[in-house]
Write a protein that binds this ligand. Structure first.
Ligand SMILES: [Zn+2]
Length: 199
């Protein structure tokens, strides 16, 4: 049936999103097919995002600036000698909302993972290392989950920076093993930033 094929095509697109399984993908597709108004609003939002949102060339945060440098990277009031390395942009929003940090950021876009591979992370870490050298960065703070993937990624970054003078620390104290930092409250985050461990 044509309708089934159309719905399968849409649900297939949803399964490309990390964390969305076949079952939920199909559920979303059927729901949207019967709620056209919501589907149209989503279409409009997606068009806006596709045409206006860009990825910052320096830190991989999202931005609508046409020069592809985000406002945080442009901000001269911030501490430009410290970079906080994060797994994803959601983590950045959380730290900014909590106002616990005033340096620069760097988004890895993923950890070393058997499922999602390591290529994106490796490329970005190479770029991070070049920034450390070129911009006279004094401290790198890793905010990476305490998981096997997180530990492997942190170790790789440490190895890559071993010939530089940069101070490398990781926030782990106060963050439960395996916890996603998206679910940590402000108080825990403040404590975690102040008690970071040197690597
Ligand atoms: Zn940026």
């Amino acid at each position: 049936m044509e309708s089934e094929k159309l719905l399968n095509d849409l649900s297939q697109q949803f399964t490309n999103i990390p964390g969305v399984g076949q079952k939920n993908a199909l559920k979303y597709a059927y729901w949207l097919a019967t709620h056209k108004e919501v589907a149209l609003n989503i279409k409009e939002s997606l068009e806006n995002i596709i045409s206006r949102v860009r990825i910052c060339k320096k830190c991989f945060n999202i931005t609508t600036n046409t020069d592809e440098i985000c406002n945080i990277c442009k901000d001269t009031e911030r501490d430009r000698t410290t970079i906080c390395v994060l797994e994803s942009t959601e983590n950045l929003l959380e730290i900014e909302t909590a106002s616990v940090y005033n340096g620069l950021y760097f988004i890895l876009g993923g950890l070393f993972s058997p499922i999602y591979g390591i290529e994106t992370a490796i490329k970005r870490i190479d770029y991070l290392v070049s920034r450390v050298k070129e911009e006279n960065i004094k401290e790198i703070i890793l905010v990476i989950s305490s998981t096997t993937e997180g530990d492997l990624t942190a170790q790789y970054i440490k190895d890559k920076l071993k010939n530089s003078d940069v101070k490398l620390s990781r926030i782990s104290s106060g963050i439960p093993v395996g916890a996603n930092i998206n679910y940590i409250d402000r108080k825990t985050l403040i404590e975690a930033f102040s008690k970071r461990t040197l690597l």
